[in-house]
Design a protein around this ligand. Structure first.
Ligand code: SF4
Ligand code: SF4
Ligand code: FES
Length: 1021
């Protein structure tokens, strides 16, 4: 990029020339040059407010000006040839005095402060040279608050920089936190004690430059930052794929910190990503294999596995993969069982959704989070992204500020002048429209937010598509109401509020230059995705509109990885059951020996389906890291590594392949899924994929894939893979379907491995002194780019940094030293890789939607049906929707009691009032004409804008209920309410007890440190 396109000008800092961008303020410009200038209130992502007066520099009019004037660098624009001095004695004395003033009330409790060793205030104090404490008076003190189980509070350490409230309220839209002042007592917290309600509360820990807000889970089992062993990782809890740095000590995961990625998470994570790692240390972890005879009492060996599986050699299995397992593990499973025996664990409806999703992925690359923030129009359809892809919702909130930023720029106020832009902008927001089946946290910033069942969302999208088809936007916009009246379908089928919604969306789209459409798979509606596809095609017509970008949010960290593996042969769970039951009826044809289930809890399967799977599978082999209903039923259970214990790749919602790296080796026999599958492949003999096999005449001795009657060869694979690199090479050599770019992404370390520990780590001698004063050998691993030690190369300036540190910068704000420029990509950043999603899944007629063109009369009848039936939708929850994070005890303690939202008419009809405790009976007749029902004790909440055909709540309904339900609500009896509440409270107490017992166990384990010497699978000790 040329200097002019970056708006670069020359400025003189202490008489030295530097090229600095005029797009940002002087402080950002100085820090981009890797010069040290202290600051507190400015944040690279939140801009400047000039609250702390710490970033003072001397500015001179020209080279003859000897006097200069003090300016705050963060509120000063960069101009060509400007001259400033950081070293000037007045400026540095001023900065030192600012720190001295702050320290008058700040407790000097660094030795016991959780922030010690990574505190921005410590760093800045050293940077300014302030070292002597002169103030002898009494310090101002505060009472701390209980802010929930995730974030701690120690207000005495506050230096009044306002970053916390700027993040929590202004940036993340939180409502239950703020700044309260009386005289010189300024307090940052809640009005009363209570758990912070924001999905982003954990960012306070990183945003606060001191130790006011601390990670409570980390503090409970604390270690200093420099004693953590860390590795670059990727969040395993949703499809955004935020980059993380996971820190571990003595075999237990201690905390998760943000790992800067300029295209995705930037500086912030959601609470699920930061605190949801609790399952790694959890009580549900599987630590032993089940169903395998162990020869040695000490350890399980590969020979034991081989013996246990030997009688399955060359037998066929059905493999059920998982969207939370790595791409490598899923690919390997598919190759072991063959394309025709592979399932993603999706039911029929989910397979239809997957087929539509694969088609939509062909429409172009979905924008990353940084690109979302540049949008000037957003329509969200049927996906509560604050709960299912939370970091994305934070980016949507920033995009809404673009209207205010544009207004401010008209009068010369740059975007980084945060306070001024907010003042000028007032309540002005870029347009956000939302169609949902449940209330969402983005409703308060939406221009219009409508609640409706998913079928009506499709109708609204069809209406919008019709408007697009009418031609040039100016002509349509001018007479839009008439167009609506002319189209009988539009005016007859849409309610007035829906018509107004569609018209408003169309009008806002006419003005948009960078529109964005976001939807997802939460409502499991293939029809909704098909309507979106048609709408997107509508934009390509001659209507003069800017084409919107499209994001489809799937549920899991590797949903797209699994989607890339699905093809026309892939099975749904129903088809797996049919295959198993057909062969059960004809014992002479043993086509499938059983099931291999990979990291999959089959949450959408009913208990009945699970029992059928168990009964029909001759052998049930389950690989998972934590106990679930399948591991309890399995014949063989193989305990697998979690995201912090292994290597692999996840594919995010865009198709972006990202590597997670082992932070600590697991305690054997736990090993990564791909290692178990490698053991299994070795024993069973793996088959060349159907697509890679030339079809040759069959001979008598050929091994047949009976279901396909296609010749199958076996690869003589005698040696197990020792590293992910070897796995990739093996895949690349034998399977044409393995994406080449994945092999390119994993290369052998060409120079010294990067140290996972900081150079200040206490060292192995000290760590194990209670056992032996002799230094143990560091853990080693084959083909690893990182060492399990403080020995090794220091962190590199790339996206692969295990943790962030720079000389003089111990806090996470050291990241500025590794960015090309502030907020820019990292120096030597790795190139982003995107894998292709094939549409072959849609070639299977089972997963296609019927393309019958419905007449208007049909549509009317259908609309009447939808309006007459009841749809219940379960609310998504950031803490508890995702299976892994839901095991975190601190999240379980945040669970809320049952709430059911209905509209006024329904409440009146049932004779109940808002907040009343009721007994709710849901019932439905399924396809086999059996009546299924479920009774729930719940508080009823009445919502004015909810259609009577829709109800939503925070409790799950059993799988055997279809979505068209009957609902009977009666006031609950006193005893029923008491019983329910006592059961609910028992759940919270159990979570609290689990939290305590995990902590006790971990602390006890610290006394017998489980350090392993090598790290390469079962035979490595
Ligand atoms: S609590 Fe922390 S972030 Fe908030 S004003 Fe005080 S020092 Fe700043
Ligand atoms: S759960 Fe999703 S949004 Fe939250 S940190 Fe993880 S990847 Fe990011
Ligand atoms: S960083 Fe400049 S005034 Fe606070």
């Amino acid at each position: 990029m040329s200097a002019s396109s970056k708006n670069l000008v020359t400025i003189f800092i202490d008489d030295q020339p530097y090229q600095v961008s005029t797009k940002d303020n002087l402080l950002a410009g100085v820090l981009s040059q890797k010069l040290n200038l202290p600051y507190f209130c400015w944040h690279p992502s939140m801009g400047s407010v000039g609250a702390c007066r710490q970033c003072a520099v001397m500015q001179f009019q020209d080279e003859n000006d000897q006097r200069g004037r003090l300016v705050m660098a963060c509120t000063t624009p960069v101009t060509d040839c400007m001259r400033i001095s950081i070293k000037n004695s007045h400026a540095s004395e001023f900065r030192e005095q600012v720190i001295a003033a702050m320290m008058t009330n700040h407790p000097h409790d660094c030795p016991v402060c959780a922030e010690g060793g990574e505190c921005h205030l410590q760093d800045m104090t050293v940077m300014t040279g302030h070292s002597a404490r002169e103030y002898q008076g009494t310090k101002r003190t505060f009472t701390n608050q209980y802010l929930g189980e995730l974030v701690g509070h120690e207000m005495n350490r506050c230096i009044t920089c306002y970053r916390c409230t700027r993040f929590y309220n202004d940036y993340a839209g939180g409502k239950d936190f703020g700044v309260y002042g009386s005289k010189n007592q300024v307090y940052f917290g809640r009005q009363t004690d209570g758990a912070l309600a924001s999905e982003f509360s954990g960012n306070l820990v990183e945003v606060c430059p001191t130790g006011v807000f601390t990670n409570k889970v980390f503090s409970a089992h604390y270690t200093r930052k420099w004693d953590l062993q860390s590795a670059p990782s990727v969040c395993s809890h949703c499809s955004v794929g935020c980059n993380l740095s996971i820190g571990e000590r003595y075999g237990s995961v201690r905390r998760v910190m943000n790992r800067y990625n300029s295209e995705l998470n930037g500086y912030f994570l959601c609470d699920r990503g930061r605190f949801g790692i609790g399952y790694v240390n959890g009580e549900q972890r599987l630590r032993k294999a089940k169903g395998i005879a162990q020869q040695s009492p000490v350890q399980l060996s590969t020979l034991d596995i081989a013996k246990a599986l030997s009688h399955f050699r060359l037998k066929n299995f059905i493999g059920i993969g998982s969207a939370r397992a790595s791409l490598e593990a899923n690919f390997y499973l598919k190759k072991i069982v063959g394309s025709r025996n592979f399932s993603a664990g999706y039911n029929d409806s989910e397979m239809q959704v997957a087929a539509q999703h694969a088609q939509l992925m062909q429409l172009g690359k979905a924008p990353n989070l940084a690109e979302i923030e540049t949008s000037d129009f957003i329509l969200i359809v049927g996906e509560d992204i604050t709960q299912t892809a939370a970091r994305m919702a934070l980016s949507v909130r920033q995009a809404l500020r673009n209207a205010a930023i544009a207004k401010a720029s008209l009068i010369g106020i740059p975007s980084w002048q945060d306070s001024a832009v907010r003042t000028i902008g007032g309540t002005l927001l870029s347009p956000l429209f939302s169609m949902q089946s449940t209330s969402t946290k983005l409703d308060d910033v939406a221009e219009q937010a409508l609640l409706m069942p998913v079928e009506r969302m499709s109708l609204c999208l069809q209406a919008l598509q019709k408007l697009l088809g009418l031609g040039h936007k100016k002509a349509v916009e001018k007479h839009i109401n008439e167009h609506f009246l002319q189209e009988s379908f539009l005016q007859e089928q849409l309610s007035t509020s829906e018509q107004n919604f569609v018209i408003a969306v169309y009008q806002a789209l006419c003005r948009a230059n960078k529109p964005l459409l976001i939807s997802g798979t939460s409502l499991v509606s293939a029809e909704l995705l098909a309507s979106i596809a048609k709408l997107m095609i509508g934009f390509k017509q001659d209507n003069d509109m800017a084409d919107p970008s499209l994001i489809i949010v799937p549920p899991c960290s590797n949903s797209l990885g699994v989607l890339s593996l699905l093809d026309e042969h892939s099975l749904s769970i129903e088809q797996v059951l049919t295959t198993l039951s057909e062969q059960a009826e004809d014992e002479q044809v043993p086509r499938v020996q059983g099931l291999i289930i990979l990291e999959q809890e089959l949450a959408k399967c009913s208990e009945n389906q699970i029992q059928q799977l168990r009964a029909l599978a001759k052998t049930l082999i389950v690989l998972d890291h934590s106990e679930n209903r399948l591991t309890k039923l399995a014949d063989i259970v193989l305990p697998v590594a979690t995201v912090s214990e292994g290597d692999g790749h996840y594919i995010n919602y865009q198709g972006r392949a990202q590597k997670f790296t082992q932070v600590h080796p697991p305690i054997l026999p736990i090993q990564e899924s791909w290692r178990w599958l490698d053991n299994i492949a070795d024993t069973l003999g793996i088959k060349v994929s159907v697509e890679a096999t030339p079809v040759e005449p069959l001979t008598e001795n050929d091994n047949l894939d009976a279901s396909a009657n296609i010749k199958v060869n076996t690869i003589a694979k005698n040696a197990r893979c020792q590293s992910l690199i070897q796995v990739h090479q093996f895949f690349a050599q034998h399977y044409s379907s393995w994406p080449e770019l994945m092999t390119g992404m994993s290369s052998k370390p060409d120079d010294k491995a990067i140290a996972r520990m900081s150079h200040r780590a206490s060292g192995r001698t000290s760590q194990m002194a209670n056992i032996s004063v002799h230094e143990s050998k560091a853990t080693q691993k084959f083909d690893d780019s990182f060492s399990f030690s403080m020995e090794g190369a220091s962190i590199k300036q790339t996206t692969d940094m295990p943790f962030v540190w720079a000389p003089g910068w111990n806090s996470n704000q050291a990241i500025g030293q590794y960015q090309e420029h502030i907020n820019g990509p990292l120096i030597q950043h790795a190139q982003s890789h995107f894998i292709a999603i094939s549409t072959s899944l849609a070639n299977n007629p089972h997963w296609q939607l019927t393309n019958k063109v419905a007449s208007d009369a049909d549509k009317r009848e259908y609309c009447a049906q939808v309006a007459a039936s009841l749809t219940y939708v379960q609310q998504q929850n950031i803490h508890l929707t995702e299976w892994q994070s839901a095991m975190t005890p601190e999240f379980q303690m945040l669970k809320q009691s049952n709430q059911l939202f209905i509209n006024h008419d329904t409440a009146e009809h049932m004779g109940v009032t808002s907040r009343q405790w009721c007994k709710v009976v849901f019932s439905a007749t399924n396809e086999k004409m059996q009546l299924a029902s479920q009774t729930v004790i719940s508080q009823v909440m009445v919502l004015a804008n909810l259609p009577s055909s829709l109800a939503f709540g925070n409790f799950p309904l059993c799988q055997s209920l279809t979505h068209q339900l009957e609902m009977k609500i009666t006031p609950a009896g006193a005893q029923e309410i008491t019983d329910y509440l006592s059961q609910f409270n028992d759940g919270v107490l159990a979570a609290e007890a689990s939290k305590k017992s995990v902590l006790e166990r971990l602390k006890e384990n610290d006394q017998t440190i489980p350090i392993r010497l090598v790290s390469g699978g079962l035979s490595d000790v």
